[in-house]
Design a protein. Sequence first.
Length: 334
Amino acid sequence: MKKVTLLATALAMVTGSAFAADMPLKALKAPPAPAFDPWDVAFGGAIMNDYIFRGVTQSNHKPSVAAYFEPRYNINKDLQLYAGVSAESISFANRAAAEVDVYGGIRPTFGAFAFDIGVWGYLYPGGSCADNVLTGGIPGGGVCPVSTTTIFLADGNVMKKDVSFFEVYGKLNYTINDNWSVGVNEYYSPNFLNSGAWGNYSSLTAKWIAPSTTFGASGVGMYVSGEFGRQWFGTSDAFYGTGAGTVFANGIPYKDYNTWNIGVGFTYKVFTLDLRYSDTDLNKGDCNAFTSAFNATGTTNVTPINPGGAGSNWCGAAGIAKLSFDLTAMSNLK
């Protein structure tokens, strides 16, 4: 009898274990997905030996510093709204204190196509009207109200006190693969540099990113990039006319020009070192008429829009070394 009881108990234990193995297990709850946070902020700064904008120096080929702050709102993973402010140190003929940029737009993405559409305002606070000293030996050519703040340029150039302006723009970048991307850009201003002349800039870009293993496990990345662009202009207002009785007394039809740059960059964490060559096809005379450079020299750079012959090197070949850092709150501050 005892043996029968032990056998029954053993069978019950085995049967119970088998039934338990066949019973469905209650699934463990997955941890909740992190809540989607649509807000982000990008910010950074840079120091460079020359601030070049579309092939033309904005800092008289001298060092410049820059900083930016850009809040972003992601409607979803493929659609971002943004606004920002940035500033760069410059050296203009009107002695403007800095360039302050205020901008905003939208960045939609469709697969490998990334768009960027917005408005960009270029502000130049702290400027004074710049006149020349060449009219009949009388200080001032009559384009500026003469006061204690009037700047007199010995090279014959003039410049408005305020050259602030805005542009509307559209950009498209196409990512071919992990290493290659190409892009096209379009900018338009109805009053470029507050000169009275409209401006239109179009460019093509390309970028190659080296494989992440190029420098082993060091974390250093590398890229090569370039751009080719063309800047078109209308005619300035009478402030920049070439003088009474001349064919351009009521304004200068600025010379359209091509510009290009190519460079190599090295990245490490949030830092980028970019080494670049930049140039244009503007000659020194037409460059002088466009830039109103305060240090133009000579008398032989005569062109139809630069009858005085002074020349400027602000539009020529330049080498640029730029060290920058870029962070976002979501990626770097959490």
